[in-house]
Design a binder for this molecule. Structure first.
Ligand SMILES: Cc1ncc(COP(=O)(O)O)c(C=O)c1O
Length: 446
């Protein structure tokens, strides 16, 4: 299974069968590329049940940073499975989560003493951060950002604000969450035109939220994504995080950096926040942490720890097989220089996307991203910036038919998040397919 071959119009007969049963058997969740029914994956390629081969620029939604079936990770998993699969950190002890903790503390910013809580997913990592922040500060309010995605369990969902569908019929949310605008340079809130948008947003929190209705000394935490992921791969301006850090310091508010989608090397640094030169108080991670094994981590300042056991725990958290996979993931990223590769290939990908923007300047309104977290925003007309989700959807669909797996994000954007092992040649193939897909899609939606 090597090299992308042009796909025969999927879904093929076997895929169709799976898609139908899927609808019948599984609770409706979200809907990605409609046609890809995977049989196996290797590196950055995926083969479907009908034998079509795709190049994967979605990475299982930002999970497979080390690629599909990475050998060192598989070996670590096999080795651990032979020893024991589960014992439960809630009541018993074993060594491997401690080894992983040492690795995580080594690669997370800040010289302060750290502790880690292990869960199974991104949403759980954020739930833990919520509970730790509330317990430690004994304060009721949380600040989160419009456009944010922090998960779908009720605590994290209360912080999420990227699409109304996530919240419909699920009220009441957790009380005390106040949403404020995120500094989106392409679509600045309040039509702001100055060149200090980050500061303007923080001033809004200070002058309107804290002055008018939320006592700042009652705010436990600010939850923020270093780059908004599901919200559209929105990269904030440079002045944002230093200003936000200052605000949090001023009022003793815990700054929670949600690295679930952007962490583990995606931007060319271990954590995306490192691109902005500040140290958060809590980092939450999941997705790429264990190369596809379920694992979440909430890395906190040690002093935030609960004073008594039982305030928070989960049966599977710190699963030894997941921990082994995570240790191997970190090692592989280091040994193969994947941070460097993410930076280098990210720059190349960005350049190629900009070239496409020049060619399709009416429809590609924006090209943005850091490292291998790149996106284009599809619009009806780049002068008016009117959203064009129909064209976006069609491009993603046509790309999949041509052998390129992509994912949308935000209202009208497409993200490009290949595994960090991606090479220049893969990017060239992806851009070639994308270009064809755009041309076909424009024809189809006309
Ligand atoms: C930034 C961010 N936080 C949290 C989550 C939730 O993670 P999970 O789906 O593992 O619960 C996601 C998922 O997309 C995410 O992108």
């Amino acid at each position: 299974m090597m090299g992308p071959k042009i796909v025969i119009e999927p879904p093929g007969p076997k895929a169709k069968e799976v898609l139908e049963k899927n609808k019948e058997y599984l609770v409706t969740t979200t809907q990605g590329v409609p046609y890809v029914v995977i049989k196996r994956g290797r590196g950055i390629f995926v083969e479907d049940v009908d034998g079509n081969v795709y190049i994967d620029f979605a990475s299982g939604i930002g999970v497979l940073n080390t690629g599909h079936t990475p050998e060192p990770v598989i070996n670590a998993i096999k080795e651990q499975i032979d020893k024991f699969i589960h014992f439960s950190l809630t009541d018993f002890y074993y060594e491997i989560p401690l080894k992983l903790a040492e690795e995580l503390f080594r690669i997370t910013p800040g010289n302060h003493k750290k502790k880690v809580f292990y869960g199974n997913s991104g949403t759980e990592a954020n739930e833990a951060a919520l509970k730790v922040a509330k317990y430690y500060t004994n304060r009721p309010y949380i600040i989160a950002f419009i456009g944010a995605f922090h998960g779908r369990t009720m605590g994290s969902l209360s912080l999420t604000a990227s699409k109304p569908v996530h919240k419909r019929r699920f009220f009441p949310m957790m009380p005390g969450v106040v949403h404020v605008p995120y500094p989106n340079p392409y679509r600045p809130p309040f039509g702001y035109e100055g060149n200090d948008l980050g500061k303007a947003v923080v001033d809004y929190i200070r002058d309107f939220v804290f002055e008018k209705f939320v006592p700042p000394d009652e705010v436990a935490a600010i939850f923020v994504e270093p780059i908004q992921g599901e919200g559209g791969y929105v990269v904030p301006p440079r002045d944002f995080f230093p200003e936000l850090r200052k605000l949090a310091n001023e009022y003793g508010i815990i700054l929670v950096d949600d690295e679930v989608q952007m962490g583990m090397g995606r931007t060319g640094k271990w954590w995306a926040i490192e691109n902005f030169g500040i140290v958060p108080d809590i980092i939450t991670s999941a997705k790429a942490l264990a190369s596809g094994m379920p694992l979440g981590a909430t890395i906190i300042r040690a002093e935030y720890d609960f004073p008594e056991s039982g305030s928070h725990a989960t049966t599977f958290g710190g699963n030894p097989v997941s921990c082994a996979a995570a240790i191997a993931t970190i090692k592989m990223i280091e040994e193969r220089n994947l941070l460097e590769n993410a930076r280098k290939q990210g720059e190349y990908l960005h350049k190629r996307l900009r070239e496409l923007q020049e060619k399709y300047e009416q429809y590609i309104g924006d090209v943005r991203g850091i490292g291998l977290a790149q996106a284009i925003e599809i619009v009806k007309d780049s002068k008016t910036k009117e959203y064009y989700p129909e064209l976006r959807g069609k491009i993603v669909e046509e790309a999949s038919k041509l052998g390129l797996i992509l994912l949308g994000c935000g209202k009208s954007a497409i993200r490009f998040i290949p595994p960090l092992i991606v090479e220049k040649e893969h990017i060239d193939v992806a851009i070639e397919i994308l270009e064809k897909a755009i041309a076909r899609a424009i024809e189809a939606v006309k």
